[in-house]
Each structure stands twice: as C-alpha cells, then as structure tokens.
Design a protein around this ligand. Structure first.
Ligand code: ACO
Length: 328
C-alpha cells in the first residue's frame, strides 16, 4: 500500500482582545519595559476575558481553519488539541471542541507536550491519515496561560499569554505536505518547567493553593540553554530526514518564546531574518498555540506560497522538542 501525502488544507487563529503591555506589568512587579524588550523581545501579550477558557479560543481558531480549508465540521474525522491549560482535567478540551463545532463524526483527544504540543499533534494526525485511518483532521494548539501564571513572579509573568491556532489536515498531491517529523523528549529536565499542584502528586488543597503550587514554575536560564541547543538540532535533523538542506528553507516558523532564542536558531541555520516569522513581540509565549498562530499569520500576510518549503520547530516543558518540514 502506498502511503498518502498529507498536508495542511487551511489554517486559522484567534487572539483575545485584551492586551497586557510591558507598562502594565511595570505596575504589577519590579520590572521595566526596557528589561523585558532587551531580554525577551516581548512588548505585549493577549489575555483571555474572564468568560473565555481554552476551548473557546480553540473553537474560534478552528472555525476559521475549517472555513479556509472548505471542510465542514461533519467531515472532520479526528480532533487533536495540544494544550497544557485544558478547560479542566476531563473531559478533554478536544471533546469540548467537538461538541461545540458539531463535529459528531470525529474522534477527539488532547496532547500534552507543552510548547512542542502542536508539532506532536501534527505528527500524530498526519501519521493516522497517512495510515488510512482518517481523512480529515483538525489539529489545534490552544492555551490560556494567564490562568496558570503567577503575576507576582517577575521571572515568569512577563513571558506568557493566551491564544489559539488551528490547522485542517488532509490528503494533498504527491510531493506536497509533510516531508518529515522529529519529536524528542528528555524527562530528566522536567523539573525546569512545571506546574506542580492540582494533580495526583499534590492534589488541590487550601495548602497547595496558599503555596502557589497551581502556577507555572520555571528555571529560565536552564530552559534558555536547552532551547538554543535543541532548536538548531531538531530543525537540522528534520531537514536531513526530508532530504533537504538549510539552503532549501523558504520560511522558518519557530516557537515564539524569546527573540534571542529565535535569533540563535537563525544564526545556526544561516538564515536571514526575512525567512523567519516573528510575532513574539505581540503575543509573548503562547505555548502550543505559538507555532499555529505564527503559521496562520504568515499565510494571511501572503508570506507562504504554493511549493514553499517550511520548517516548523519548537521546544518546551517535559522537556520536549519537535520539528517538521512541510511543502506548502
Ligand atoms: N524584570 C527585571 N529583572 C528580572 C526579571 C524581570 N521581569 N526577571 C528576572 N530578572 C532579573 C533576575 O532576577 C536576575 O537578577 P540577578 O542577576 O540579580 O539574580 C537578572 O534579571 C538576570 O536574570 P537571568 O535569568 O539571567 O535573565 P536571562 O537573560 O536568562 O533572561 C529569561 C530570563 C527571559 C526568562 C530567559 O532565561 C528565557 O527566555 N528563558 C527561556 C524561557 C522559556 O522559553 N520558557 C518557556 C518554555 S516553553 C513552555 O513549555 C511553556
């Protein structure tokens, strides 16, 4: 049996209205616009309204992606939501999205791989379609990181925001679509970035809340070093697997965590800035939503043309990393 070529049929994104600027953060913690911009490149982030949760953001992005792909909700066979901020433990956010969209023929589950989650979810959906299990899949990266961010901790609160991006996957002509995936994990680094409370290890209690264990904790410096190393490695490995070289890249779509991490990846790959999508200044780090939002913006801006060779690459908590080469 010949494997199908699988690609992206349409993309969509959604960002909440409210902006949290560096000036706003200056009023909340001991920081400055100048520190944040020079160390991270971030100027503002979007924050979900009180009535919005991750599935709301996910649905808004999904509706746009389905529309762009010309695929009806009933034609979706599979929904995967990558998130570390699900509406609740269960049902999965993917099931909530399935119900809301009326995608009654779709299987649905969530993927937890932090900022690498969207690439993990793409690889899963693409593999299932290529194997003939499903035809159309909706892959969503969606986060409300503001709900797990400690706005009294200047080490983390300046970094994160909320948003969602979605892609509809399906069969594409031979030679197009995903050419390779690289997924990796190093659980020994799990301590560097985590949300310790509220699970089965430290169940929610008045004490766990008082200790602020329901907020993200991060060793920024170590995560930074890890990120710089794996972004270049994963992108190069994905190119190699696809039979391409750095010179073949038309557009790099990296996880948007910190402009300095993106710049180091560009240097390593020998790419000029014009070949890279950057929106970290406007959204901050939106974890699993980061890559699909950047991809959707690039498509809207006319930066992605038919036949272009794209490299998606990300890293995150777990620790995890992932990269993919895709011919548009
Ligand atoms: N404002 C002012 N000063 C600050 C702030 C702030 N917001 N935050 C930290 N500082 C101080 C520190 O206390 C430190 O002071 P000290 O030297 O007196 O101790 C000083 O600034 C320098 O701190 P560093 O940690 O060395 O700063 P660095 O240049 O490493 O930048 C940052 C910190 C931005 C967090 C960087 O390490 C980073 O981007 N790391 C990667 C983080 C990341 O990508 N995380 C997300 C992973 S994705 C996921 O899965 C969710």
């Amino acid at each position: 049996m010949k494997e199908l070529s699988v690609g992206i049929l349409g993309v969509g994104r959604y960002s909440p209205e409210r902006r949290l600027t560096n000036r706003d953060l200056e009023q909340m913690v001991d920081t400055s616009d100048e520190w944040i911009v020079t160390r991270t490149g971030i100027r503002e982030r979007r924050i979900a309204a009180p009535h919005e949760a991750t599935s709301d953001l996910a649905c808004a992005a999904a509706v746009r992606a389905l529309d762009a792909a010309g695929v009806a909700a009933e034609e979706v066979d599979l929904i995967i939501v990558a998130t570390i901020t699900p509406d609740m433990f269960f049902p999965s956010t993917a099931c909530l999205v399935q119900d809301r969209l009326g995608a009654r023929n779709a299987a649905a589950f969530d993927v937890s791989a932090a900022c690498s989650g969207f690439i993990y979810a793409l690889a899963s959906a693409s593999g299932m379609i290529a194997a003939g299990m499903y035809r159309n899949a909706l892959v969503i990266g969606a986060e409300c990181l503001s709900r797990v961010t400690d706005y009294s901790d200047r080490n983390t609160c300046i970094l994160f925001g909320d948003g969602a991006g979605a892609a509809v996957l399906g069969p594409v002509p031979a030679g197009r679509g995903f050419r390779s995936f690289v997924l990796g994990a190093d659980g020994s680094g799990g301590e560097l970035l985590k949300l310790p409370g509220g699970g089965s290890r430290i169940p929610a209690s008045a004490e766990s809340v008082a200790q602020r264990l329901h907020f993200m904790k991060m060793n920024g410096r170590e995560v930074f070093k890890f990120a710089v190393r794996v972004m270049g490695n994963a992108a190069e490995e994905a190119l190699h697997k696809a039979g391409l070289t750095k010179e073949d890249i038309d557009l790099l779509i990296p996880h948007q965590a910190n402009i300095r991490i993106i710049q180091s990846a560009l240097e390593r790959l020998g790419l000029p800035e014009e070949k890279c999508v950057v929106n970290v200044d406007r959204y901050g780090n939106i974890s699993a939503a980061s890559i699909p939002v950047a991809l959707a913006e690039a498509v809207e801006d006319g930066r992605v043309r038919e036949g272009d060779r794209l490299v998606l690459v990300g890293f995150g908590g777990g620790l995890t990393w992932g990269a993919s080469v895709l011919i548009w």
